[in-house]
Write a protein that binds this ligand. Structure first.
Ligand code: KG4
Ligand code: ZN
Length: 338
């Protein structure tokens, strides 16, 4: 079975092809056209600008995914597309494109949840990882702890009550006058940090598995204001980035490990854009090891948005018994939960 997947939920235009044989999912191609340089000017994504860029790029990206996979449109069995969550104008470009393609080649569609794409990306290189697993999904828009009792049984056990983890990294980066996207810039700057301001670890000891990052973000803001810190000094920026990252990572690690113990998880996964953060990967890996658990993290290029994770999640959905739908049944839902 061959699946062509398209992802346009935010600011990456992406297409990928996978081949499935029984339970094996084999990547054939993955193409990502990033809009990061475009959004640097505005230090964030302007939805209308992102949508227009998707329109300009989508055809070439799909063609390259097919060429790289050495297949033509005739070989495709199913189409998959991200239908939410995301920016509505961005999602519409991908879904309308896939609907038109579905009509043209007479193939059905697997509408796929973007966050399930992130979640299952950890399984792509480790399909046999042991369940139940506790899964931390940290992106620019969402922060979830999810329990997977079996492959297709997703249960949210915790989430952010305000900002997403990635959003907090991005907003603090703005305060530090670092370029967009802020997450990678914070982790780069943090490497040179010497002083730890000991920012609060919000909700670290609450009994639930929820997170809050708004207070941490405000603590950084007040520190800058109260101590009249100047971003023209690279050491100040490095110290603030270092201290913020330490606090955010501590909370993410503590809650994930507690959930893993509580639910007697056999493995832990980490996914989403913030999973590219080296400190989070290391600290969560070390903490998991102490509990005699293994942490599974996708390759760096699979952490941030891509269509291979969507093709993979669509294939898992299909293996779970999902019946692909006619193009008239595909609806965009920007607020879709996992
Ligand atoms: O999953 P993703 O590519 O897009 C969404 O679905 O939101 O995640 C993007 C987020 C951004 O907030 C970005 O700053 C963050 O992931 N990010 C990082 C790192 N690389 C990307 N955050 C912390 N450290 C990083 N190295
Ligand atoms: Zn994402």
């Amino acid at each position: 079975m061959i699946i062509l997947a398209i992802e346009t939920s935010c600011d990456e235009t992406a297409a990928a092809v996978v081949k499935t044989q029984k339970s094996v999912i084999k990547p054939l191609s993955s193409v990502v056209s990033s809009q990061i340089p475009l959004h640097r000017k505005t230090r964030g994504v302007v939805p209308e600008v992102a949508a227009r860029a998707h329109i300009r790029k989508i055809n070439a990206v799909v063609k390259k995914a097919l060429t790289d996979a050495r297949i033509g449109l005739k070989s495709i069995d199913y189409l998959a597309v991200t239908n939410g969550p995301g920016l509505i104008t961005s999602l519409l470009i991908g879904t309308e494109y896939v609907k038109a393609l579905s009509l043209a080649i007479n193939k059905k569609i697997i509408p796929t949840n973007h966050m399930s794409g992130h979640l299952y990306s950890a399984f792509l290189q480790n399909p046999q990882l042991k369940l139940p697993s506790i899964n931390l999904i940290v992106s620019g828009g969402h922060t979830y702890i999810v329990l997977l009792a079996s492959k297709n049984k997703i249960k949210i056990i915790g989430q952010t009550i305000d900002d997403a983890a990635g959003e907090a990294f991005d907003k603090v980066a703005r305060m530090l006058e670092l370029p967009y996207p802020g997450g990678p810039e914070i982790s780069k700057a943090a490497l040179h940090g010497k002083r730890d301001y000991d920012f609060p670890r919000p909700m670290q000891y609450t009994k639930d598995y929820n997170f809050s990052f708004a207070g941490l973000k405000t603590a950084v803001l007040y520190k800058i204001r109260d101590e009249k810190l100047k971003m023209s000094d690279p050491q100040v920026v490095a110290d603030l980035a270092f201290s913020f990252q330490n606090a955010a990572v501590d909370v993410l690690v503590a809650k994930t490990i507690r959930a893993a113990k509580q639910y007697k998880a056999k493995s832990i996964t980490l996914s989403g854009g913030v999973a590219a953060n080296k400190k989070l990967r290391k600290d969560l890996g070390d903490a998991a090891k102490k509990e005699k658990l293994k942490l599974y993290v996708p390759d760096f290029k699979l952490c941030t948005d891509n269509a291979l994770m969507i093709a993979n999640a669509a294939a898992i959905k299909l293996q779970g018994g999902f019946k692909p739908v006619n193009y008239t049944k595909v609806k965009v839902n920007p607020g879709l939960e996992i």
